[in-house]
Design a binder for this molecule. Structure first.
Ligand code: 5GP
Length: 119
């Protein structure tokens, strides 16, 4: 899938639409989801133009990849989720029900998140 630079997270990165920033570094931005699915729902994205985890793993530099992993852990810690625990999810493609075609990791916490899939 080619990267679409008109996706909503690309617009957030360019400052064209606002977000509630939680954490930022040279390679990543973390912000609160506009429709939270848990008391804490944070999205962590790389600043580079990557559609999903497969694209990121294949094309991002080692520095970008390390920064993304560090940013996910840092965002969870900064949100106070370490003690109670949390879930991280990256949806990819049609089967993953990915809506925004810019790689993002969901961090969900603040309550028991429940089973991995609804049964
Ligand atoms: P996906 O389904 O692609 O894994 O998740 C996309 C997420 O982006 C959804 O949880 C949705 O609520 C969130 N989202 C969509 N548009 C915006 C927006 O403009 N701002 C913020 N902060 N989150 C958004």
């Amino acid at each position: 899938m080619a990267y679409d630079d008109q996706n909503i997270f690309a617009k957030i990165l360019r400052g064209e639409i606002p977000c509630q920033t939680h954490d930022e570094c040279d390679h990543t931005l973390a912000f609160h989801d506009i429709q939270p699915q848990a008391p804490t729902h944070i999205l962590v994205i790389p600043k580079g133009a990557y559609t999903d985890m497969s694209d990121f793993a294949a094309h991002a530099s080692a520095e970008e990849q390390a920064a993304f992993i560090a940013a996910i852990g840092r965002a969870a810690t900064k949100a106070g989720l370490t003690e109670g625990g949390y879930r991280i999810i990256a949806n990819s493609g049609a089967h993953g029900c990915q809506e925004v075609p810019h790689l993002h990791m969901h961090i969900l916490g603040g309550e028991v998140i429940g089973p991995l899939r609804a049964r």
